[in-house]
Ligand binder design. Structure first.
Ligand code: AMP
Length: 266
C-alpha cells in the first residue's frame, strides 16, 4: 500500500534556534579602581551592565529571527544571582527566554566554554553567538574554545553575517589585521561579534514590562556536570603606568633626531 505524502507544511524543516551568551560586566563608562591590597578591582557600588559585544550578539540574533530565519532566541548568562538583571535586559531587548547558570565561583573562559557546550547539547541551537571579548577580562577566548569543544566551525570578529538556509551555511565577514576575510561556514556554527556588526537596540518600556513575565530557567554547573576549576592564579593586580605627556616637534628632522637619540627606537 502506498502511504499518502505529507502536506508541504509537515515536511518543512523546523526553524532554527539561536543561543546567545551574555556576560554581566562592569559598565564601560565606569573608571575602575584597583583595591589597595592589589588583590583585584574594587567592585563595591560599581554599575554593572551587559557586555557591549554581547549586546551586539543579541541584536544580531534578534535581527535573524525577525528576518524569519530563526524561530527562537535563548539568552544565557553564567555567574552570580545578579546575572538575572542582565538576562532581564536581554529579554526586554527581545530574547524569547533565558537560562541562568548560577555560580559564585571565579570563572575563566574554559569553564564558561564547557558550560556553554553542555547547554548547546541540551538546547541544540543552529547558531551560538558570543561577543568577541568581555570588556572586564578582555580574554577573547570563550567563543574559540566552545567552537573547539563542540567541533563546530567558527566565524570570529564578525562584521557581517548572512545565513543561507537552503545551503545550510553562514557567510561571515571577519575583521582581520589585513582587512576583511569572508568565510562560508556550515551550520551549526559559532559566531563572535565585532563592533561594526550592528547597532544594538534599546529596550522599550512596554518590552521591559513584557520581559518580567518571560521565563529564566535556573541551572547549576553540577546539574550540567561541569567542574569549575582554573589553572590560573592571580598574583597581583596593578594600575597601568601613567602615560607621560607628549611633545610637539617642529619638523620631521627634529622628530627623527628624538626617536634616534632620546627614545632609541630607530
Ligand atoms: P571572553 O573570552 O571572556 O573575552 O568572553 C567572550 C564572550 O564569551 C563574551 O562576550 C560572552 O559572549 C561570552 N561569555 C564570557 N563569559 C560569560 C559568562 N560568564 N556568561 C555568559 N557569557 C559569557
Amino acid at each position: 500500500m502506498q502511504l499518502p505524502t505529507l502536506p508541504f507544511h509537515f515536511s518543512r524543516a523546523p526553524k532554527m534556534k539561536i543561543m546567545v551568551a551574555v556576560k554581566r560586566v562592569v559598565d564601560y563608562a565606569v573608571k575602575i579602581r584597583v583595591k589597595p591590597d592589589k588583590t583585584g578591582v574594587d567592585m563595591s557600588n560599581v554599575k554593572m551592565s551587559m557586555n557591549p559585544f554581547c549586546e551586539i550578539a543579541l541584536e544580531e540574533a534578534l535581527r535573524i529571527r525577525e528576518s524569519g530565519l530563526a524561530s527562537e532566541v535563548v539568552a544565557v548568562s553564567i555567574g552570580p544571582h545578579q546575572c538575572v538583571d542582565t538576562l532581564r535586559t536581554g529579554l526586554a531587548m527581545g530574547a524569547d527566554r533565558a537560562i541562568h547558570v548560577e555560580t559564585t565561583s571565579q570563572l575563566y573562559p574554559l569553564s564558561i566554554a564547557k558550560l556553554l557546550q553542555k547547554l548547546v547539547e541540551l538546547e541544540k541551537p543552529g547558531l551560538l553567538i558570543l561577543g568577541k571579548q568581555a570588556i572586564d577580562d578582555d580574554c577573547n577566548q570563550t567563543g574559540q574554545m566552545v567552537a573547539g569543544l563542540l567541533k563546530w566551525p567558527q566565524g570570529t570578529f564578525a562584521s557581517k553575517v548572512v545565513l543561507d538556509k537552503e545551503k545550510q551555511v553562514a557567510v561571515v565577514d571577519r575583521e582581520v589585521d589585513g582587512g576583511l576575510e569572508t568565510l562560508c561556514l556550515d551550520l551549526p556554527v559559532v559566531i563572535t561579534t565585532d563592533l561594526r556588526l550592528n547597532q544594538p537596540r534599546y529596550a522599550t518600556l512596554p518590552n521591559i514590562m513584557k520581559a518580567k513575565s518571560k521565563v529564566i530557567k535556573k541551572m547549576t554547573p553540577e546539574e550540567l556536570n561541569v567542574e569549575i576549576k582554573s589553572d590560573i592564579e592571580i598574583v597581583q593586580v596593578t594600575e597601568p603606568p601613567k602615560r607621560k605627556a607628549g611633545v610637539i616637534v617642529s619638523s620631521v628632522d627634529e622628530l627623527v633626531h628624538k626617536l634616534k637619540n632620546e627614545a632609541h627606537v630607530i
